[in-house]
Design a protein around this ligand. Structure first.
Ligand code: CO8
Length: 261
């Protein structure tokens, strides 16, 4: 991954179908400077467009997933410079990805780091992970979903507590409150995340994409229209070769051979 300075990319998994993105500014605890985010957005987009890649993982290092937006870079920003530059709007690129993205979080996931993890579809954590929205400590508030996605994960009281206090929550607390789906020993985290990514990669990529879109609808709409969306998409799977193959394989007691069609 010679073309990147702030991230590393690899293709991993037994079938080489998992795109691994490692944030790589260890001296700044992977603080999310603009250059890093531009590279991250490009790497996600490229993996999303690559037919050989089924699932994407974003990770950091043992000390930090990411300690937030780069405070040194933004300290002299002004309201008008933020508005004019559309400060950090490239973050939206990540949420436009059609393929599943799993965050593998060891160490600090703070501020924008916690928000980046929440932009992902699934969060796995190492047992030393720490999550928080400490923006309040530096006189600002979360700017990339901390006040909006976090309450959807953990409810109002816990989200308020985290955002207003700036206190950190550890991996087990984060799991208990539903922010994280599983916690592993630090050195097992990446291998377990790759296993999940590979498992997802055994399914029809087309149908995985539909399933991701359908779950995301749950956060965008009323229950009634979400259920409508789900039903249309479910009906729609019956127009695919992969649905036919999946059900035929079940009846014939064999493994399905999905064609992404
Ligand atoms: N930005 C820039 N540099 C950072 C950041 C950061 N967020 N976090 C750590 N660093 C740097 C430190 O400055 C230090 O650099 P140096 O060696 O040059 O002094 C190096 O990383 C190591 O950090 P520490 O020495 O502080 O390490 P400790 O182990 O003592 O402490 C902490 C670790 C507790 C994580 C501490 O570094 C810390 O509190 N960091 C800041 C956490 C924070 O406040 N994050 C929120 C930032 S604001 C934000 O994310 C808003 C997001 C808005 C997104 C908007 C999108 C539109």
């Amino acid at each position: 991954s010679a073309q990147y300075e702030n991230i590393k990319i690899d293709v991993v998994g037994a079938k080489k179908n998992v795109g691994l993105i490692s944030l790589n500014r260890p001296k700044a605890l992977n603080a999310l400077c603009k250059d890093l985010f531009v590279e991250l957005g490009k790497a996600v987009k490229d993996f999303d467009a690559d037919d050989k890649i089924a699932t994407i993982i974003i990770t950091g290092n043992e000390k930090a997933f990411a300690a937030g937006a780069d405070i040194k870079e933004m300290q002299n920003n002004t309201y008008s410079s933020n508005v004019k530059a559309g400060f950090l709007q490239e973050w939206e690129d990540i949420s436009n990805c059609g393929k599943p993205i799993i965050a593998a979080v060891n160490g600090f996931a703070l501020g924008g780091g916690c928000e980046l993890a929440m932009l992902c579809d699934i969060i796995y954590a190492g047992e030393k992970a720490k999550f928080g929205q400490p923006e309040i400590n530096i006189g600002t508030i979360p700017g990339a979903g901390g006040t909006q996605r976090l309450p959807r994960y953990v409810g109002k009281s816990k989200a308020m507590e985290i955002v207003l206090s700036g206190n950190f929550v550890d991996a087990h607390e984060a799991e208990k409150m539903g922010l994280v789906s599983k916690v592993f020993p630090v050195e097992k985290l990446l291998e377990e995340t790759i296993k999940l990514a590979e498992r997802i990669g055994t399914h029809s990529p087309l149908v995985v994409k539909l399933a991701k879109q359908a779950v995301n609808q749950a956060y965008e709409t009323t229950l009634k229209s979400g259920l409508q969306y789900e039903k249309s998409s479910f009906y729609g799977t019956f127009a695919t070769e992969d649905r036919k193959e999946g059900m035929t394989a079940f009846v014939e007691k064999r493994a399905p051979n999905f064609k992404n069609n």
